[in-house]
Design a protein around this ligand. Structure first.
Ligand SMILES: *[C@@H]1O[C@H](CO)[C@@H](O)[C@H](O)[C@H]1NC(C)=O
Ligand SMILES: *[C@@H]1O[C@H](CO)[C@@H](O)[C@H](O)[C@H]1NC(C)=O
Ligand SMILES: *[C@@H]1O[C@H](CO)[C@@H](O)[C@H](O)[C@H]1NC(C)=O
Ligand SMILES: *[C@@H]1O[C@H](CO)[C@@H](O)[C@H](O)[C@H]1NC(C)=O
Ligand SMILES: *[C@@H]1O[C@H](CO)[C@@H](O)[C@H](O)[C@H]1NC(C)=O
Length: 689
């Protein structure tokens, strides 16, 4: 979080308090005051009560023009989302998790009256979240993470010495909260009742017996029902708890959905806890507190909140890449969709590398992992930013901690991956732990390169180290390809340009080959749908800055892929190919013991978003077509799955809803919690000894 920025916000808050305290000389003659501006009450402040944020959000009525605009953009963009009909009813094991009828729900939403724009936003957001698909997400920066709702007591799910699993306040909770919320911790200290006042630190490590009077997992599951992002229930449960992640700047601490909400959903929580070394339980009520989002534009009142945060931004809508007025997004600009992608910021010069990446209504944060939990081993060659290499004390187990498949400069990143692994091997590593906790994906070809580098040249890696894919072939998509194959995209600026794709035999299409015609017409969940032919190899030698080694670096059986299950998109492509094709072991840390843990989720094949699709439509001169979505009027982002990967086991169906059961669910004791090095040692023991 920008400290200077927050200080500035605090200063503005102070000024506005002073301003409103100034005596009004004319008050005697003044007419009846205008109705209070609910947003002025929180304007300029850093920390506010969640109910005041809601009062501001709910004070804005839903303009019918906005409502129909959002619905039309979402509806018409979903024609490019490959999963729509599959998601009406997913097969086992996700039959209870994914059963969302987008068309039906959009129709319902359009016939419902909403008291406010905020309530409408929640309806659209929840509709996409019910897909449990981290690629297809609706975000509106007017509301999502405009303010972030916090508690200073992130939770852990731990087993005790007898193997009994319970919910605890993380033992590092106070260390993390007092560092991150230096300017907000007193509020919570003073909010504690009776003799606990000022004793927030003493809550760390407490066992949590009830949350709001009920068994803790009632609250965990209520969150899992609206959290979205992952098909597997276990994975969505895990998102409630604290966890760690390698980031491009260091080791991060994720507070989890209990302690951090993108919307002001809850005002307080009441817990029954048993503090460390106490014999009596206590009941405490702790308020949530909302902090202005790190990239929210500051405001004073409803008008300035709306103009700064709620209207379409320069890159909300697409552009015609051949228009005279088109200029590429300037370097350093953070586009609306980038803010919510779960990967480090990518320079615009790196945008040609296609991504498969999660979207979330909470941008990546930089809450830091406490120093005592940071791996205390020398970092080895190849370690830079998002990727770190280590050797465990046994001298045999190399570790690659990888927080994303995108980072900084593409060539440098891929070279670091190969250098780090070759060096581990040289140092004597015979086995490899890949820690991909909270890895939300990134560059597709980075995932494929890593598979090829680790496993050497063989039938599973050459020429196609990834999954074959297909994209949806709706009428407008077909017209875009027709435009390109008829010569309407001479400079290959379209994603749909034939020269960028290969057929199932891994042969590139010719520039004039209409690869979407004929389409493959099938019935999915009783609905007629159309897809492209099967697409093959996408990452060629030209996509790899350094040729991969001639021999395998690690045998599949000597690899353990470790995470909290929250490995998605390109991280799924990597984990699935290593596990299902090469026999790597998969380990999920900390999941609920009686729930089958998935080692990854949200597979996709390639993700994209409304702005990209709108650019394709505009570049192909099809914006006037009746199926083209209009420009979006609000500061919104809609992610979609543009391509779906085909399965490894069932090669005719998408991998997306096939099973990814973890081989091992590693129970987390207090000593292991959020301690990567201790976890790696336990994994090495469990997998190889
Ligand atoms: C979505 O688009 C389809 C096809 O154009 C149309 O039939 C349907 O009414 C639209 N749904 C909504 C809610 O606007
Ligand atoms: C709990 O008791 C143990 C044993 O007396 C002691 O080592 C530990 O510091 C105590 N912890 C707390 C938080 O009081
Ligand atoms: C806040 O209000 C002051 C005084 O009316 C005004 O000068 C300033 O521009 C406003 N700031 C924003 C962000 O609207
Ligand atoms: C398509 O291929 C061309 C030529 O190889 C390349 O310049 C362009 O970046 C590719 N576009 C996409 C979206 O992959
Ligand atoms: C791939 O090659 C096989 C064998 O030559 C051929 O029968 C098939 O039609 C080809 N498929 C495509 C999509 O070109």
């Amino acid at each position: 979080m920008g400290f200077a920025f927050r200080k500035l916000v605090a200063l503005i808050g102070l000024l506005s308090v002073l301003a409103s305290a100034a005596p009004d000389a004319d008050s005697a003659q003044a007419p009846a005051p205008a109705p209070k501006d609910a947003c002025a009450a929180i304007g300029g402040k850093t920390w506010v009560a969640p109910k005041d944020v809601r009062a501001c959000y709910q004070s804005v009525k839903l303009d019918p023009k906005i409502k129909s605009n959002v619905i039309e953009v979402v509806n018409k963009t979903l024609a490019f989302h490959s999963s729509v009909n599959y998601q009406i009813q997913a097969p086992a094991p996700f039959n209870n998790d994914v059963h969302e009828d987008l068309a039906g729900d959009l129709a319902k939403i359009s016939h419902t009256n909403y008291d406010s724009e905020y309530d409408f936003h929640i309806a659209v957001s929840r509709m996409t979240k019910r897909l449990n698909d981290g690629h297809c997400v609706w975000v509106n920066a007017c509301y999502d993470s405009m303010f972030v709702n916090y508690l200073p007591i992130p939770l852990s799910l731990l087993v005790d010495s007898r193997g009994k699993q319970d919910v605890y306040i993380a033992k590092e909770a106070f260390t993390v909260a007092s560092a991150e919320f230096a300017d907000g911790i007193d509020f919570w200290q003073n909010s504690l009742p009776g003799n606990l006042k000022g004793q927030l630190a003493s809550l760390s490590g407490a066992k949590v017996l009830t949350i709001n009077g009920e068994a803790p997992f009632n609250a965990v599951n209520a969150n899992a029902a609206i959290a979205g992002s992952y098909q597997g229930l276990g994975t969505r449960q895990n998102g409630y708890f604290s966890s760690y992640q390698r980031s491009s700047g260091g080791w991060n601490y994720l507070l989890g959905n209990f302690a951090q909400q993108a919307l002001p959903l809850d005002d307080q929580v009441t817990l029954t806890i048993l503090r460390v070394n106490q014999t009596r339980t206590e009941t405490v009520t702790i308020p949530y507190h909302s902090r202005i989002g790190a990239s929210s534009i500051k405001f004073n009142d409803t008008t300035s909140w709306r103009s700064g945060n709620c209207l379409a931004q320069p890159d909300t809508n697409g552009f015609d890449a051949y228009s005279d007025s088109f200029s590429p997004t300037p370097a350093g600009t953070i586009t609306p969709v980038q803010k919510y992608q779960q990967q480090p910021l990518i320079a615009s010069s790196q945008k040609k590398h296609l991504v498969n990446v999660m979207l979330d209504d909470t941008p990546l944060t930089d809450v830091v992992l406490p120093p005592q939990l940071i791996p205390g081993l020398p970092v080895l060659d190849g370690s830079q930013r998002i990727v770190q290499f280590y050797m465990l004390d046994d001298g045999k187990t190399g570790v690659m901690a990888l927080g994303s498949f995108s980072d900084g400069d593409y060539d440098t990143f891929l070279n670091n991956l190969v250098n780090g692994l070759v060096n581990l091997k040289k140092q004597g590593a015979t086995r490899l732990i890949a820690d991909v906790s909270n890895n939300g994906g990134g560059w597709i070809c980075a995932a494929h390169y890593l598979h090829r580098v680790i496993s050497g040249p063989k039938s599973t890696t050459e020429p196609q180290p990834g999954l074959d894919t297909k994209t949806r072939a709706g009428p407008l998509a077909k017209l875009i390809v027709k435009t390109a194959s008829d010569g309407g995209d001479p400079q290959a600026r379209l994603l749909y340009n034939p020269i960028n794709w290969s057929n199932a035999n891994n042969t590139r299409f010719g520039a004039n080959e209409n690869w979407l015609d004929p389409s493959v017409d099938i019935t999915v969940n009783g609905k007629k749908d159309s897809f492209s032919q099967r697409l093959g190899q996408e990452c060629t030698a030209a996509d790899f800055p350094t040729p991969p080694p001639e021999e395998a670096l690690f045998d599949g059986s000597q690899i353990a892929i470790v995470s909290n299950g929250r490995c998605a998109s390109s991280c799924s492509l990597f984990s699935i190919t290593l596990s299902k094709e090469e026999g790597a072991k998969t380990v999920v840390i900390g999941g609920k013991q009686d729930v089958q843990q998935q080692y990854c989720g949200t597979v996709g094949g390639q993700s994209t978003d409304f702005e990209t699709i709108d650019s394709e439509i505009k570049t192909a001169q099809l914006k006037d077509h009746e199926l083209a979505p209009p420009d979006l009027l609000v500061n919104g982002v809609l992610g979609i799955t543009w391509r779906l990967g085909f399965g490894v086991e069932n090669t005719q169906q998408p991998e997306e809803w096939q099973n990814h059961p973890a081989d091992i669910n590693l129970p987390i004791t207090s000593d292991l919690a959020n301690n990567p090095l201790a976890i790696w040692k336990a994994v090495a023991d469990r997998v190889w000894n």
